[in-house]
Ligand binder design. Sequence first.
Ligand code: IPM
Ligand code: MN
Length: 367
Amino acid sequence: MKFALAVLPGDGVGPEVVAQGVKVMQAVGRGSGHEFALSYGDIGGAAIDKHGVALTQETLKMCKGCHAVLLGAVGGPKWDDPLASVRPEEGLLALRKGLGLFANLRPVKVLPMLVDSTSLKPEVLRGVDMVVVRELTGGLYFGKPKRQWRTSRGRRAIDSMAYSEMEIERIIRAGFELARSRRRKLTSVDKANVLESSRLWRQIAIELSTEYQDVELEHQLVDACAMRLIQRPSEFDVIVTENTFGDILTDEASMLAGSLGMSPSASIAGIPREGSMTFGLYEPIHGSSPRRAGQNMANPIATILSCAMMLRYSLGLVAEADVVERAISSVLEDGYRTYDIMSEGMKKVGTVEMGDLIASKIAGGCL
Ligand code: IPM
Ligand code: MN
């Protein structure tokens, strides 16, 4: 089959890690007989420099015409002026919103050979295998009013954490459905002791739970959840939470897997189902890491794992997704590491070499 993929490398290390993702997809294509037709577009700072905006309508349209989108990262010091009229991040937010991608899946799995490169004790990490379902097109990121202004008593700014019933229901449903396909435990994370939007969130979670009696539902306050994530992380199966809470908790949770450079993500417009062809956007959860850019240092594994998620959720190619994940494990078992997951006795490689090693495992066909 022929698949159309949009590729938006973005800023900083984005283009470097995306090039490795593309390399791996090409190896998958050669091995499986499928064809991936790539269309490139600009996003973030790269788009601001070229077009004056962080996302053009043409790029958005191009993405809509594809089966899936692969994205690197956006942002960097060049565009960081708080007074700037356009910001790179706006491009990413407009893309997520414009494509209706409300469900952001961020899996965290501890690979046994990386236990030494994390900062937590091995016994805490044993058995960690969770997915955070982050609401992606609402909440504090998008709620109105949202502005900054001058008053006679100084400057003021406001952001709003706003949610409709429909927005909460569909994301919690995505959480329940995903939990049903896994270990049947859903942790709904909110701040219901303080926030109105969280009280509505919790009510809807309780109401929906009658439809999912086979799934165990628990509620956690976001501050307690932050603690539990490093205290007893293996107790989590699926976590479902608000946009900003999910942003923060997933950076924290990624440390369980050793590095931000190991954490992929999928953003989709519906219920996540393996083997389906639901449109989605795939990106590493890490940022553009400007300090590492152009040095062949960044870990491409988060992006390559995102490609595996693309195969699994948007291209209907589950067996191929498994091959990509096995290729990554196998290269790590061979002792190759990028700087961020380096530990004693291992062989340090750069971005390109890591991409080559993984692609050649796939090309070798022995997985
Ligand atoms: C992420 C990033 C983005 C977010 C930024 C770059 C807007 O941190 O994908 O987690 O906050 O969603
Ligand atoms: Mn983030």
